[in-house]
Ligand binder design. Sequence first.
Ligand code: NAP
Length: 230
Amino acid sequence: MRPFVICHTMSSVDGRIQSSRWGIANAPRFFEEPAARIKVDAWIVGRTTFQEFASQKPRKKRKGTFRIPKTDFVGKHDAKTYAVGIDPSGKCNWHTNMTDTEHVVEVLTEKVSGEYLDHLRGAGVSYIFAGASEIDLHVALRKLRKLFGIKRARIDGGGTVNGSFLKAGLIDELSHVIVPVADGSMNTPTMFDVEPGHTRRMARQLTLKSIKRLNDNTLWLRYLATPHKP
Ligand SMILES: NC(=O)c1ccc[n+]([C@@H]2O[C@H](COP(=O)([O-])OP(=O)(O)OC[C@H]3O[C@@H](n4cnc5c(N)ncnc54)[C@H](OP(=O)(O)O)[C@@H]3O)[C@@H](O)[C@H]2O)c1
């Protein structure tokens, strides 16, 4: 069993997602307000986006031997909701195991060092392993359900993590805010960035579920994804 997955994203009319370049006052509210209306047990982001929530203080790696088994760890917490980051090499550092009201869960591969696991345990951050050297998102989702009871999860970006869930056929619903700006930038994150080499079969057809005007010019569209054909 895995959680139901809703991908939530806010883009320009041409699908770019870096709102800092749009010159729209307080653009992130157009992401956050609709997100808050989607009731979920967890939000999931890629490592780059997770670092915006993690400790900004550089961490000195400690020397020595850290004999910590590469098995899942659930830190002590009494949160009902979770902040999950796909962080295959363990690049995010934490001085707390909470982001606002969510308990932090790191999704790792076995590439990470014992020293990093010791750091996470020290901060009380939970972690799960989802592959030896590459992340298997199916494994990650099954563990999130089993260990934390997560039944509904919202993928909150950025483009790489959205793209990897799209590629894995793991998006059940798309929530898309379209901001009235034509971005046109090259080599910046887009709604779905899948590495080169994917085939046409990765495209996913969608069925429009609802359409709302957030203000005069901003639209919020919700779609159901058609079942994935491998
Ligand atoms: N407008 C919006 O809706 C929205 C929402 C969120 C973020 N953003 C913006 O988007 C930008 C970040 O987007 P991004 O695409 O560069 O980064 P991202 O998706 O936040 O993170 C990408 C990183 O996550 C890890 N990762 C994700 N999926 C993986 C998988 N299946 N397997 C292995 N590793 C995986 C990798 O980490 P490693 O590099 O460590 O291997 C990868 O480089 C930021 O500017 C942020 O502000 C916009």
